[in-house]
Write a new protein. Structure first.
Length: 447
């Protein structure tokens, strides 16, 4: 209980090393617990670099590393403390995590070793250095005894209760030529997501995808793609609003050192907002794996995959206009792939002509045949019906309403439709005179 208590300084005391050691422990204890409420994810690597060439000779060498251990001990190697000795990878290390470790700080235990005994569990080793007096009237440099952390690379099975460590990598393979393979997808606990090149790549992908989707939506809504006026929906404006908000935010995050939990938080917010518009069945976000600071890969990877899926679905229109190409003898050809037809829940034919609406309603459906391109001549010669046309009182909400147009639902049933759904493409022929006839074919998705 007294290990971190404050020293009482009073007159007449003899100064002892224990007093300064106790005061140092007290101050470190206060600083650690004062900063704990700021974030629960204060520990991990802020930067690390594994020697790739050393892996070819069966050794794991850490070229540089900085961060904070879970007990609040900071480290910065090689700037402020020596790098850990190289670890020779043995067969028993296969499929084990390798940790950067330091002896744990325990009451009444040895903290500093003077002989740097490899078997010692002291967390500091002594070294001597000439330190100059910082005062202007100083008397020059004096040789002082200083200490630094004794970092070690240990396999996870060797990290017992006497050690505290941070997972660094995992050994996934030992090759006959001595070369070792490590898990490049493993992300150690980090306090700066920029310490992981994989996380930086994820954020860059998402940011680029957001920019592309926002540009495409903006072109559609402004009409600069020559189709924006045709099928603009309120949801498109709301989606663009979301993308316009997150694009500058993620651009800022890409330049800012932040904990990966903050990145997880913003991406989950983006996924939740996109789900409202992109998941028509539920309008609810999917369940993502929770963020775990010790193993951040699983939670972030599932969330990144979900965000990429949602962003790819953003450009799937609720209604898509299908081009009708005019062929011979007044036949209109619609080239649609079977996969696209399967994606549509409804096919809508919109017509307009320079004649009374009731007359157009009375004659158009009876004088129009729609079917597969290879079956239409037979339907015309034999006076057989094509796909049925059913008048819609109002067009689907995905299709822009245009005054004077009549909307038909092309019934997706029967042998003719099965043929179209299998091979794709369909044609339309209208007999008789319909002056100024205008036709539009729309594929509607449940979005």
């Amino acid at each position: 209980m007294s290990w971190n208590d404050r020293v009482v300084w009073s007159e007449g005391q003899f100064l002892l090393p224990q007093m300064f050691q106790q005061q140092e422990r007290y101050l470190e204890h206060v600083m650690h617990y004062r900063s704990l409420p700021l974030t629960p994810f204060f520990w991990g690597f802020s930067h690390y670099n594994i020697d790739g060439e050393a892996l070819n000779i069966g050794k794991l060498i850490l070229k540089e590393a900085s961060g904070i251990f879970p007990d609040g001990t900071p480290f910065n190697a090689p700037d402020h403390t020596p790098l850990p000795p190289p670890l020779t990878i043995l067969p028993e290390h296969l499929n084990q995590q390798i940790c950067l470790a330091v002896p744990v700080r325990a009451p009444n235990s040895e903290e500093t070793t003077f002989d740097n005994n490899p078997e010692s569990l002291a967390r500091f080793s002594v070294h001597e250095h000439d330190i100059r007096d910082a005062n202007s009237l100083g008397r020059g440099a004096q040789l002082l005894q200083l200490s630094h952390l004794r970092l070690r690379l240990l396999p996870e099975k060797a990290v017992t209760g006497a050690w505290i460590g941070l997972p660094l990598t995992r050994i996934t393979g030992l090759n006959p030529d001595g070369r070792i393979d490590i898990d490049h997808d493993l992300i150690p606990p980090i306090i700066n997501y920029q310490a992981s090149s994989l996380m930086c790549t994820w954020l860059s992908w998402i940011n680029d995808l957001i920019r592309m989707r926002a540009d495409s939506l903006a072109e559609r809504l402004t009409g600069s793609d020559n189709h924006g006026h045709e099928a603009a929906e309120v949801s498109d404006y709301l989606l663009l609003q979301i993308l316009n908000r997150f694009e500058p935010l993620l651009t800022h995050l890409a330049k800012t050192p932040l904990a990966p939990e903050v990145l997880y938080r913003y991406l989950s917010e983006l996924a939740g907002e996109l789900s409202t518009y992109v998941r028509p069945q539920t309008r609810r976000p999917a369940e993502y794996k929770e963020y775990k600071h010790l193993t951040p890969y699983a939670g972030l990877k599932s969330l990144v995959d979900e965000v990429q899926f949602l962003l790819n679905a953003v450009l799937i229109r609720g209604a898509q206009r299908i081009e009708l190409k005019e062929g011979t003898y007044g036949i209109l050809n619609a080239v649609v792939a079977p996969s696209d037809l399967a994606d549509f829940s409804t096919l809508v034919l919109a017509i307009k002509a320079s004649m009374p609406t009731d007359v157009l309603l009375q004659h158009f459906a009876a004088q129009t045949k729609i079917g597969p391109s290879d079956r239409l001549p037979e339907l015309i010669r034999s006076h057989l019906p094509g796909l049925a046309l059913q008048v819609l009182p109002v067009p689907p909400r995905q299709i822009p309403f245009q005054a004077g147009y009549i909307y038909y639902d092309i019934r997706r049933e029967g042998a003719l439709w099965e043929h179209i759904a299998r091979y794709g493409g369909m044609v339309m022929h209208t007999a008789g005179e319909f002056p100024g006839l205008e036709t539009e074919l729309w594929g509607v998705r449940d979005k």
